[in-house]
Design a protein around this ligand. Structure first.
Ligand code: ADP
Ligand code: ADP
Ligand code: SF4
Ligand code: SF4
Length: 611
């Protein structure tokens, strides 16, 4: 069999620390021990970090086990796949195989774990990275060779047109928070500069950006930055539109509006590519999807194109039949919430629920903002999903429960003083201490970094944060930072947790795993979590009950009483004027197209969230 396999040796040079180890990787290598060949050696050009020669390495994996920092990955892949290598980031770097195929007039969606090459694939198709076909030594292949590689496929024509400058690309980058560092000025002026089609101001009004026209880009919230970038991208006179995670920081209404705008862009002569982890959004806007699978940071393989429904369902089931690939051991399943279920379903607990806090009708007044809350109770061990737009008073409400803000009318009942632990929606690396992940978590709660402790096992291990311990917080990717911020908030002992959009920048698997971690910790701690979530699938998944907050952002908010999940979801969707059906195979929520038969039928029955 070994002849049929090609060896891939990848070293994570961020976690490899030759000064803190004794080169265990090199000393265990059986090839080196023979004295006839060298498979791994220290590379002075890489400040003493090792290099592995894939031709000489026999793939025994001893170095993988010996490295105290888990910095080495050895994978054996089918040899034929080598002919489909598209790009590699240097010797012993990440390798991408195959590419998604852009389709004229269609939206092509891309779905997969973080670190498997989605952004790399987008950047190649956007013409920002020249593919090296996996050749990282000697001379890089020229465009002729790249074109030859894709001969006979639609990609050949696409690259030819890209090279001939017949294609102009507009690219919405993933990390919107980087923008204020790179561009300066007021929203109005930035839009005017991007506006090649004379549509920017209309689009900006359509997404509600007109309220911040005169604001400096540095003062924008995450959601406003996201909308600014989407509008700027759509205003470019291009024929390739690329969107890397367009839904982060947007509320549900904004997500649906954005999905409509992006779908509208796909017209004859235009290509649209989208990476998105909110499955309801991806489902709504894509015509076909490719799934990227592989090992994060090591390699990624792009699947064949699937019809959207089938692709997302196969992804959730964890098996791609056409390529005979298992993506994970277990399928991702959904809980079924139905109309009329018991109003109080505390996470897994058999005990009668005990209140953490109760409140009468409340009225809270801030400078220019008024919040009214219906009476309600929050119970121990309960996760309450909060649905509502940004700036509607969700944080204000939870702060009032905790006694940080005083209502002008009504009162909150609790056993003693309530403590709150808070994860804000928008985490900028600059706002965090310039320490390592280990130091940051230890400062919050030393138990969280003590191997063997309950918190370490339930939080740090489950979110795989131990791998990040030595990394400096400011060098983390958006998804890594999100997990660290959620873990830090959950490490604190508190009565109430407020987690604002814990899913931003996480992939689907990580979203599900963070939802499970939240539920488990809240249950054991016997506290309450309020989780603000704009991903419909996750809101349903994480919540025991739902609070809907309505009103006018920045002016007034109305907090409804907590409701059972089905009723809360139905009320949210009714408020948005959007109907959702459940997928017959997986139970995942699917947004009906406006005016479709199901949409009309469900609206007539006031069944906005069909079971
Ligand atoms: P995704 O978008 O799926 O999260 P990316 O395409 O951003 O994945 O990255 C895939 C892998 O490639 C990551 O593990 C990352 O470490 C590596 N990588 C990305 N960009 C570079 C680069 N410029 N140089 C070296 N490695 C990179
Ligand atoms: P959400 O959590 O739903 O995004 P917030 O509760 O943070 O909303 O804010 C609701 C509104 O109240 C916003 O317009 C915000 O600017 C305003 N606000 C928040 N805190 C204060 C304060 N201390 N003084 C005056 N206005 C505030
Ligand atoms: Fe040390 Fe591991 Fe790096 Fe080898 S790969 S030098 S064992 S840290
Ligand atoms: Fe040496 Fe085995 Fe590591 Fe290859 S996998 S470098 S042969 S120890």
């Amino acid at each position: 069999m070994s002849e049929l396999k090609a060896r891939l040796a990848v070293i994570d040079y961020e976690t490899c620390k030759p000064k803190k180890c004794s080169y265990e990787c090199i000393s265990v290598c059986p090839v080196n021990k023979t004295g006839r060949a060298v498979a791994i050696e220290a590379d002075m050009a890489r400040r003493g970090k090792p290099v592995i020669y894939e031709d000489a390495c026999i793939g025994c994996g001893l170095c993988v086990k010996a490295c105290p920092f888990d910095a080495i990955f050895i994978v054996n892949l089918p040899r034929e796949l080598e002919e489909e290598a598209v790009h590699r980031y240097g010797v012993n770097g990440f390798k991408l195989y195959r590419l998604p195929v852009p389709k004229e007039g269609k939206v092509v969606g891309l779905l997969g774990k973080n670190g498997t090459g989605k952004t790399t694939a987008l950047r190649i198709l956007a013409g920002e990275v020249k593919p090296n076909l996996g050749v990282v030594e000697g001379e890089e292949p020229g465009w002729d060779e790249v074109l030859r590689r894709f001969r006979g496929s639609e990609l050949h024509l696409y690259f030819k047109r890209l090279l001939n400058k017949e294609l102009r690309v507009a690219h919405k980058i993933q990390y919107v928070e980087l923008v204020p560092r790179r561009v300066k000025g007021r929203v109005k002026d930035l839009l005017a500069r991007a506006d090649e089609k004379g549509v920017a101001l209309d689009l900006a009004r359509e997404v509600g950006l007109d309220k911040v026209f005169d604001r400096d880009v540095r003062q924008l919230s995450g959601g406003e930055l996201q909308k600014l970038l989407i509008v700027a991208t759509l205003s470019k006179d291009a024929n390739v539109y690329v969107f890397d995670e367009p839904s982060s920081y947007l509320d549900v209404r904004e997500r649906i509006r954005m999905a409509k705008l992006i779908s509208r862009t796909a017209s004859p002569g235009r290509y649209v590519l989208v990476v998105e982890h909110d499955l309801a959004v991806l489902d709504y806007l894509s015509d076909v999807v490719h799934i990227i699978y592989g090992e994060p940071g090591v390699y990624g393989i792009v699947s064949k194109p699937y019809a959207t429904k089938a692709g997302i369902n196969r992804f959730l089931e964890g098996y791609l039949p056409a390529e005979n690939i298992r993506l994970r051991k277990e399928p991702i399943k959904f809980r079924k919430h139905v109309e009329g279920e018991a109003p109080q379903q505390v996470a897994g607990s058999q005990k009668p629920p005990r209140p953490v806090a109760g409140w009468t009708r409340l009225l809270v007044k801030l400078d220019g903002f008024t919040l009214e809350a219906e009476e309600g109770t929050a119970y121990q061990g309960e996760v309450i999903g909060i649905a509502g737009p940004n700036g509607i008073g969700k944080t204000t409400f939870v702060k009032t429960l905790a006694g940080v803000l005083k209502p002008v009318e009504g009162s909150v009942y609790a056993y003693g003083e309530l403590t709150v632990s808070y994860k804000p929606q928008y985490i900028s690396p600059e706002s965090l201490p310039d320490t390592t992940v280990f130091e940051l978590l230890r400062a919050v709660n030393p138990e969280s970094v003590a191997p063997g402790s309950w918190l370490y096992l339930e939080l740090v291990k489950k979110l795989r944060l131990d791998r990040l311990f030595d990394r400096r917080v400011r060098t983390l990717s958006g998804g890594e930072l999100q997990k660290v911020a959620v873990a830090a908030a959950l490490s604190k002992e508190a009565d109430i947790y407020l987690l604002d959009e814990p899913s931003a920048y996480l992939d689907v698997e990580e979203r599900v795993s963070i939802a499970r971690v939240i539920r488990r910790l809240i249950e054991v701690r016997e506290s309450t979590a309020f989780v603000v979530e704009h991903d419909l699938m996750l809101l349903d998944y994480v919540s025991d009950r739902i609070i809907l907050v309505t009103g006018e952002p920045g002016v007034r908010g109305h907090v409804n009483t907590p409701q059972p999940v089905w009723r809360g979801m139905n009320a949210l969707l009714m408020e948005l004027g959007v109907t959702v059906r459940k997928d017959d195979e997986t139970g995942r929520p699917r947004i009906n197209k406006e005016g479709s038969y199901l949409d009309r039928m469900q609206k007539a029955r006031r069944l906005y969230y069909a079971a």
